[in-house]
Design a protein around this ligand. Sequence first.
Ligand code: 5GP
Ligand code: ZN
Length: 113
Amino acid sequence: MENCLFCKIAAGEIPSSKVYEDDRVLAFRDIAPQAPVHILVIPKRHIPSVGAVTEENSGLAAACLEAVARIAAQEHLDGGFRLISNCGPDAGQTVPHLHFHILAGRNMGETLV
Ligand code: 5GP
Ligand code: ZN
């Protein structure tokens, strides 16, 4: 999709600090980390958000979750991690391309689930 930041990152047109890649999924470090480990997991194909997951594209969302589990093992997130996907303005979604935040490396506390 034209003018989508994460489509450009997926296409390699904008550089990123890559953590994981397979044929359907890319994961890279967030440019403004909110925890010692802050990784974004995206499908390479454009889906606007979790709110746009359908029977037709849910395989890509599942591929992202499989990647999350692989990344957790690869990055030795043995203390656990928080997985967040903001959907829409009230949630604070700023990039309209489906992504999962993996946050780890500190205690997340008990606020916001
Ligand atoms: P959202 O607010 O949509 O849930 O998350 C978007 C995330 O993308 C933010 O945490 C923000 O720091 C990150 N981000 C925005 N622009 C870039 C970029 O150019 N490169 C990387 N690696 N992360 C970005
Ligand atoms: Zn996109």
